[in-house]
Design a binder for this molecule. Structure first.
Ligand code: GRG
Length: 301
């Protein structure tokens, strides 16, 4: 298995090919407008951590699959994740002006073009997954079930559900732990679950392995968001890449607002243990996932 950095590089190289650099200001029939490719590339190739594609590729490799078959699915999930960041940053949603350490898409390209950049990334993600499935011969079923896992994670019972609840809850006084869980499971956890299950599907994993990696991805996703909530309070803005203290200013329901800072930190540790227990059965083969959970739980940005 590779490191996070290696998986990230493989993914970025392929993303660079999928969305080409075009002649400036060209609007050629049958081609995407250059403005669209520029705005999509601006957010997509802006140095994200590439956690979801790396987890997809690592799950596939750990379970004996072919990462060449998985590569376009890894790119697809990163494209969907990036669309969600672009839309989340819009004035009608979180209204953020910094992301991945640079001005947000709508600040540079305007709100209308930013919506289209997000729409473009979302649609292209499904195009490339379907194209891979159509060309996969005997592996077509694996590709279709992987695409379906990703669609579920990103969709109306996954990420979009969480974002809907997050917006609904903003500024309300009636936040509960159940609502916090709904938001975290949807907005954050579902995409990690989708990524790892897609990798496992591409490897043709059996039910036992699928269950174990699902349990890991669930604990990891909740851990990731709880630690993000903690960092919103304590991170150094120069390192964090987006705004610090914004959740409190926006009246957001977070792990810290419900559990207190110390309670949220304790939750991160408990979830780390859950995640590690879930993949113990894979032994040394799961080294990537052990390290990743530990790093995310103890990060400072
Ligand atoms: C607009 C449908 C829709 C959904 C938006 C992603 C999202 C849902 C909102 C962004 C705000 C947020 C805190 C989401 C939780 C997930 C999260 C922490 C995303 C950031 O993921 P990282 O840290 O980002 O992996 P990079 O930039 O490294 O890829």
């Amino acid at each position: 298995m590779k490191t996070l950095k290696e998986y990230a590089l493989i993914t970025e190289k392929r993303l660079n090919e999928i969305i080409p650099v075009l002649p400036e200001n060209s609007f050629e029939p049958e081609n995407m407008p250059e403005l669209l490719s520029r705005s999509m590339r601006y957010s997509l190739l802006a140095g994200g951590k590439r956690l979801r594609p790396a987890m997809l590729l690592a799950a596939c490799e750990m379970l004996g699959g072919d990462i060449q078959l998985a590569l376009d699915f890894a790119c697809a999930i990163e494209m969907i994740h990036t669309y969600s960041l672009i839309h989340d940053d819009l004035p009608g949603m979180d209204d953020d002006d910094m992301r991945r350490g640079r001005p947000t898409n709508h600040v540079v390209f305007g709100v209308g073009q930013a919506i289209l950049a997000g729409d473009g990334l979302l649609n292209m993600a499904y195009e490339i997954m379907l194209k891979t499935a159509m060309n996969a011969g005997k592996d077509a079923d694996k590709c279709i079930s992987a695409a379906s896992e990703i669609a579920r994670g990103a969709g109306v019972t996954g990420m979009i559900a969480g974002q809907c609840a997050d917006l609904y809850q903003e500024g309300r006084e009636d936040g509960s732990e159940a609502m916090l869980r709904f938001i975290h499971e949807g907005k954050t956890m579902a995409m990690f679950v989708g990524a790892m299950r897609a990798g496992a599907r591409l490897a043709g994993a059996d039910q036992k392995s699928l269950d174990a990696i699902t349990e890991y991805a669930r604990a990891f996703g909740l851990l990731f968001q709880a630690s993000d909530d903690v960092l919103d309070i304590i991170a150094d803005p120069a390192l964090f890449g987006h705004s610090v203290g914004k959740d409190v200013r926006d009246g957001k329901l977070t792990a810290v607002s419900i559990l207190s800072l110390e309670g949220a930190k304790a939750r991160v540790e408990a979830l780390l243990k859950e995640a590690l227990d879930a993949i113990r059965g894979f032994g040394e083969e799961a080294e990537f996932f052990v390290r990743l959970a530990d790093t995310v739980a103890h990060r400072d940005h």
